[in-house]
Design a protein around this ligand. Structure first.
Ligand code: DQA
Length: 168
């Protein structure tokens, strides 16, 4: 039997994808309280994420919803992708659901995919009702207070975590 040619042996693995999930009111970025959140739009944030991901050979699946259940469903979807080996992790800015949502806490607790919580503002320097997060106790890490630059930092952090898992 002749040896198989090397072309036939090439396995194409799907690029690892990072889910970047945005919660309520983040569709208004750019015009919403610019003194707090800056002037970048959500589309600018998506570009920042895609640029950093490209440099790390990652894909980005970038989404926004004003509905809590969508965020829950997307975390489950990312969890399935992680188990199948196609998803590296999740960066989520849960917006105000950070401070209210036991459902989001339970969704993150219920999946294996690493989840990085990301906030544009330093929530601890703001109103007391923003000081508690239901997501932080189940997040792998938290990035906050860097403005929209926190999103690419969070993607880099996920990449580092994956690299250190692969090393060890
Ligand atoms: C936010 C902080 C939340 O308290 C707020 O409700 C948001 C945005 C941030 O990115 O700084 O919607 O998550």
């Amino acid at each position: 039997m002749s040896p198989p040619d090397s072309e036939a042996l090439t396995v194409t693995t799907p690029a690892a994808t990072v889910f970047v999930l945005n919660g309520p009111n983040l569709n208004l970025l750019g015009t919403r309280e610019p003194g707090v959140y800056g002037s970048s739009t959500l589309s600018d944030v998506e570009t920042l994420c895609r640029d950093v991901a490209t440099g790390l050979a990652l894909e980005v699946d970038f989404r926004q919803s004003n509905h809590e259940g969508d965020l829950v469903d997307w975390i489950h979807e990312a969890g399935r992708g992680y188990d199948e080996g196609t998803v590296l992790g999740v960066v989520i800015n849960p917006g105000a659901y950070t401070h209210t949502s036991i459902a989001l806490h339970d969704a993150v607790a219920g999946v294996r995919v690493p989840v990085i919580e990301c906030h544009i503002s330093n929530v601890h320097a703001r109103e007391a009702f923003r000081h508690h997060s239901f997501v932080s106790p189940v997040a792998r890490a938290v990035v906050l207070g860097f403005g929209v630059a926190g999103y690419p930092l969070a993607i880099e952090g996920l990449h580092r975590l994956a690299a250190s898992r692969a090393d060890g």
